[in-house]
Design a protein around this ligand. Structure first.
Ligand SMILES: [Ca+2]
Length: 699
């Protein structure tokens, strides 16, 4: 530690150095203890009237050098005397907030830390100013009275977060998920006049308000909040500072914690305002010095960060954090790169970064040859900004569109996708979806793969047929053996078939068949699809061959296939009559997979076409009717298939082709009871599914 000696030079040497090196070196002052490697100089500024028990608070970044519980923190005043302090928040991230006593404005203190072996000092000092909020995860216990609540707090040791707060007026948990948590507010109220003070609480769920350790008003138990002060009680207080405690517990659902008062002479209750709490002065870091392996680091790299705004999106939360380089010489250092710990980087001087999920991130800044990494926590702090959520969301979407989404994890991409959908940012939605498809982890994640499959379905139903097919194709191509890929291929084949692209559909089904030699259920789907391609071509015999082969791959249903036909048909029809279309289609799908040869029977196609058509999927409904007609133009259901093809085409706004189908029925099936229906539809084509009447179902 020889290098430290130069800070113990005699006075004359310091004076000589000053003369030689200029005024800047006047800041060099003796190092208190060489075992402590970091020193931050803090200057305090007064806030509000001075009053008694002066105390300041400062939040400083620790660079990860401070012990999590701040045991190695030492604060020295200008005379080199140790000053007691109170840790408001430490260890949640590389940012520490402490309070400490002060004597006068502009007073300067040295904060020493960075000694992993230092033991904590018991100061027995806490500020008689400000308001501190602590949130804990709820443990086991009741909230029906103060005794239960006290035990519950004792049984709830996990602290989610702590910090200085403005007032007791919260509608969410700013430190974690807003469910099953306990909030503890402790603050110092200034009562301007002696007299009867009326305190009120409203909460969701329980709340207990104490003044000077006496329980004044409470609203225990599980309940919603009310918008009035019906839960209130008076207490007599002298002029001066009084200790307020407010304990709140939320069991779930909504959450509110609100403390109000009516000071003597006032008519109405008001939320106890921030200015009612005796203010802490504010400290600011003015200099940072650090020793590394015994050598003083010239102008160590340092950056600070704070949460600027948040937007909630469904179950998730997006937050913008602001980062600022604190190293004085940073302007002269050219190489500068931020890594925000979520895969995104930036070269900006003072970037704002949007995190798509709350949580802890390791953020690093490379500046010149130095690098600093700090733990940064994105809190569940959804109301820190007064901005309109839609405005913020637009700004967030714009920023996120600039990210390289290929480096982000599946959870992040899902969050972005959900956000983009909620706030109607189609470009971002498309980007997130593309990145999800390309992200190797997507199919290890059941949520992500389901999102992608559902999305393809939604695109299809929205009329984006080609995009839906493209999405499924990419899914199928990329993850050749995984279950969602097989499902994607199967859906792709069916969509292509509905679009009349038999060759491409067959490619998809054959690709599925090649991959599923050891997976009978999917193999049956592939063979059924290939059978559908034959049916589309009008080759009923080849279709039957493929369907029979498919049936060999599925276990026969109980009671045999003939019984299954009847059971599925009955169930599908009943669901159709009840208007439960998804359930009807599910029965159709079960029917199809248990007994693919059913597809050669017109009745199956009839029910499937009606179900698809009623659900609004006229493209697939049309494909089914078309293929069934092609397979068996002589069959009992051939006129039905022509009628339904006409109906689908009419709804799909292909009126000429629709008329052609109705005419085919009128001319080709003179004995059919459906002929008059077709004649009528030639006069008045159907316009909406709601007004359409179906054979079997309606006549
Ligand atoms: Ca609640």
């Amino acid at each position: 530690m020889r290098t430290l000696e130069r800070f113990r030079l005699p006075v004359w040497a310091v004076c000589a150095a000053l003369l030689l090196r200029g005024v800047a070196q006047a800041q060099t002052k003796p190092w208190w203890d060489e075992r402590w490697t970091c020193r931050k100089t803090v200057q305090v500024s007064p806030v509000g009237d001075y009053g008694e028990d002066l105390a300041a608070a400062v939040a400083f970044t620790t660079g990860g050098y401070l012990q999590a519980d701040a045991d190695d923190l030492r604060i020295l005043d200008e005379a080199g005397q140790e000053v007691p302090y109170y840790v408001v928040a430490s260890g949640f991230e590389d940012l520490c907030t402490v309070a400490f006593p002060v004597e006068r404005p502009q007073q300067v203190f040295d904060f020493y830390y960075g000694n992993p072996r230092a033991k904590g000092v018991d100061h027995d000092w806490s500020p008689k100013r400000g308001l501190i909020l602590e949130v804990r995860t709820m443990g086991k216990g009741g909230i029906n009275n103060w005794h239960q609540m006290r035990d519950l707090i004792a049984n709830s040791p996990e602290v989610q977060g702590r910090g200085l707060h403005h007032c007791v007026f919260d509608g969410h948990n700013r430190f974690g998920p807003s469910d099953r948590y306990i909030s503890i507010y402790k603050g110092f109220l200034y009562c301007p006049v002696p007299g009867e003070y009326d305190f009120a609480t409203t909460s969701d769920d329980a709340s207990f308000l104490f003044v000077d350790s006496d329980l004044v008003v409470q609203w225990p138990g599980q309940h919603g909040a009310v918008a009035d002060a019906r839960h209130h009680a008076k207490t007599r207080l002298e002029r001066g500072v009084h200790f307020l405690e407010y304990y709140h517990a939320d069991l779930g659902d909504r959450q509110v914690a609100e403390a109000a008062w009516r000071v003597p002479g006032q008519e109405d209750f008001v939320v106890i305002p921030p200015e009612a709490f005796v203010p802490l002065w504010w400290g600011q870091v003015t200099q940072y010095e650090r020793f590394e392996e015994g050598t003083l680091v010239e102008d160590p790299v340092d950056f600070s960060f704070w949460q600027e705004s948040s937007v909630s999106a469904g179950d998730g939360l997006l937050s913008a954090l602001r980062f600022h380089i604190d190293s004085p010489s940073s302007t002269t250092r050219e190489a500068r790169e931020w890594d925000f710990g979520d895969g995104v980087t930036s070269q900006d001087r003072s970037p704002t970064h949007v995190y798509v999920r709350a949580g802890k991130y390791r953020v690093s800044l490379r500046l010149g040859g130095q690098k600093l990494t700090q733990a940064v926590r994105v809190w569940h702090n959804e109301r820190i900004s007064g901005a309109v959520p839609e405005d913020l969301a637009r700004d967030y979407a714009r920023r996120i569109e600039g990210y390289d989404l290929s480096v982000m994890a599946v959870e992040e991409l899902l969050a972005i996708w959900g956000f983009a959908r909620l706030y109607a940012a189609p470009e971002l939605e498309r980007q997130a979806l593309g990145a999800l498809i390309d992200q190797p982890g997507s199919f290890r994640d059941p949520d992500a793969s389901q999102v992608l499959l559902d999305q393809a379905d939604a695109l299809w139903m929205g009329g984006h047929y080609d995009i839906a097919v493209e999405l499924l194709h990419r899914l199928g191509a990329r993850y050749s053996q995984k279950e969602p890929a097989l499902r994607a291929l199967c859906n792709e084949g069916q969509y292509l078939l509905a679009l009349g692209k038999r060759g491409e559909a067959r490619d998809a089904f054959e690709s599925l068949e090649r991959r599923t030699s050891d997976r009978p259920a999917y193999r049956a789907m592939a063979l059924t699809g290939i059978g559908d391609c034959h049916r589309f071509k009008g080759d009923a015999d080849a279709a039957r061959g493929s369907y029979l082969e498919a049936e060999e791959n599925v276990e026969g249903p109980p009671g045999g296939r003939a019984v299954a036909h009847g059971a599925y048909a009955q169930a599908a029809l009943e669901y159709l009559r009840a208007g439960e279309l998804d359930a009807a289609l599910e029965q159709v799908a079960l029917w199809e997979s248990a007994a693919p040869t059913a597809k050669l029977d017109g009745y199956f196609s009839l029910l499937k076409t009606i179900a698809l058509c009623k659900r609004g999927d006229v493209v697939r409904a049309y494909g089914e009717a078309r293929d069934q007609f092609a397979a068996n133009p002589e069959g009992n259901y051939a006129p039905h298939m022509l009628l339904l093809q006409g109906d689908c085409l009419a709804l799909w706004q292909h009126s000429d082709e629709a008329a052609e189908m109705y005419r085919k029925l009128v001319d080709g099936y003179p004995e059919s009871p459906l002929r008059p229906v077709a004649q009528h539809r030639l006069q008045i084509p159907p316009k909406a599914i709601a007004e359409l009447r179906f054979p079997v179902l309606d006549f």
